[in-house]
Design a protein around this ligand. Structure first.
Ligand code: CA
Length: 272
């Protein structure tokens, strides 16, 4: 049960020791009191195995990751080094920079929906919208910080570093709906890079090696995946930073993950 102890330390949780046994409430509350709150949902703890590795440019401070049209698309951060690029992980391995942000902007998450590439910025409140060749079409202003973004093909969802998951209008970026991401009934902060996978939103949790699987309608974390072992499979240097970046290749049902300035991308399979 090593992963449970890691989760405890990483997220400060109080998981029951035997996989889902729920702590009892005091008898006065448990006896049908109308004031009793619903029991928090216990997330499923998933295991994983690495099934493939691909090279990843260690210069890339990964902020957004998407698989689309046979390529891996990546948005990177850092002042003066923020880019939108593609990596041909299934072919030549070649990288191509499609756009570079001005030095005044720190790139964040990316998403692709309806022939548009969206790229957030951290503190400048600007989202850039590109066509599929990476040509800037227009830029949209929004309030607050930009962290992660993903799409189910139509709707856009964003994170801002808090526990809030927003659905935003794809044209104006006006918030349409928001839910609080909760883990065992408590708000979970630092929701970062996002990926829509099979009806749930997977999210990196900043400064942890955990990915959470969020019900987009309720915000409830229904699953947790601990990936601390991946750090042992990359070349560590002074730049190596946290796990960040989730992409899903729906056509081949592949889950791809990496980290900031990691030299590898991992394809993983998960199981309970
Ligand atoms: Ca993603």
């Amino acid at each position: 049960m090593r992963y449970i102890s890691i989760l405890l330390s990483a997220l400060g949780l109080a998981l029951a020791a035997c996989g889902g046994a729920r702590g009892g409430k005091p008898s006065s509350e448990a006896a049908g009191s109308p004031a009793a709150e619903p029991e928090p949902v216990q997330p499923v703890l998933y295991r994983h195995r690495v099934v493939a590795e691909y090279p990843h440019p260690a210069d890339n401070y990964t902020q957004g990751l998407v698989y689309f049209d046979g390529l891996l698309w990546e948005g990177t951060g850092q002042w003066g080094a923020s880019r939108l690029m593609t990596i041909d992980i299934d072919g030549s391995g070649r990288t191509e920079t499609l756009a570079s942000l001005p030095p005044s902007e720190f790139g964040e998450g990316i998403a692709i929906a309806a022939d548009t590439i969206y790229q957030l910025t951290w503190t400048t409140g600007i989202a850039h919208l590109y066509d599929l060749r990476g040509r800037l079409q227009r830029s949209v202003e929004y309030s607050g910080e930009g962290w992660g973004i993903t799409s189910d093909g139509e709707r856009l969802f964003t994170s801002d570093g808090t526990s809030t998951l927003l659905q935003v209008d794809p044209v104006t970026f006006r918030p349409l709906r928001g839910v609080t991401v909760t883990l065992q009934g408590r708000p979970l902060e630092n929701i970062n890079e996002l990926e829509w996978i099979g009806g749930r939103i997977w999210a990196n949790v900043y400064l942890t090696t955990s990915i959470v699987m969020i019900n987009p309608e309720t915000g409830v974390v229904e699953g947790v995946l601990e990936l601390d072992d991946l750090l042992g499979r990359i070349d560590i240097d002074s730049r190596t930073d946290v796990l960040n970046g989730i992409a899903y290749d729906a056509a081949r049902d592949r889950i791809l993950v990496t980290g900031k300035n990691w030299n590898k991308i991992f394809e993983i399979e998960i199981f309970e």
